[in-house]
Design a protein around this ligand. Sequence first.
Ligand SMILES: [Zn+2]
Ligand SMILES: [Zn+2]
Length: 239
Amino acid sequence: MRGMLADLLDLLLPRACARCAGAVHGTDVFCARCVTAIPRIAAGGCPLCQVAIASAQPCCAACAHDRLPLAQVAAEAPFAGEIARWVHAFKYPSEGLAGFDPRPAAALAALVADAARRLTGEPPVLVAPVPMHPRKRRERGFHPAGELARTVAAALGAPVERRALQQLRSTASQTGLDRHARRRNVRGAFEANARLRGVACVALVDDVVTTGATLTECARALRRAGVRRVVAVCAARTL
Ligand SMILES: [Zn+2]
Ligand SMILES: [Zn+2]
């Protein structure tokens, strides 16, 4: 419902930059000035956590040690400042008309599409949003990762598979938990669809990657189900 109203408002409102409300070209989300002003994560870092690495290294020492079930985690912007405010406005829209402001969703969609273009190697053939427990989804009224997955699918030219993963149990919020507590909190919480066996590459989608505990657990479930390669695409990450 919120998606439909946002789309409708989008049609009624004049096209303007989602960041400064200035004029934009065609269906662009940001004006030319804002596109370059938005903070972005530098290219060429560790393909999993994006810290700077020597060019000869395939990934950083910490990620090599962790032996993650993910081949790559692409994120576009540092989770801070205005990006963090967009994420919050997108995930927790305020009551009343302000909650229908389409700009935070448009801004994050633009970022996640740019993140998808950072993927290298074998292209994903399916796009899977990080699932949300049905109870939480009912409370929230929409599924933020599901919305972003549609954008990633369009950017990659691959379909969204909403039933790729399901959350088996409700987990406590990851907010405020340290790395180890986050891992424990989501361990065994997801199950992948058995029909994904043999799929060459799946792209997981989430709004923000923090420690990567949720993405790792989802990727583990997909790999257990027989998916050969899993990558992830996120609008932002904590650095
Ligand atoms: Zn602008
Ligand atoms: Zn790393």
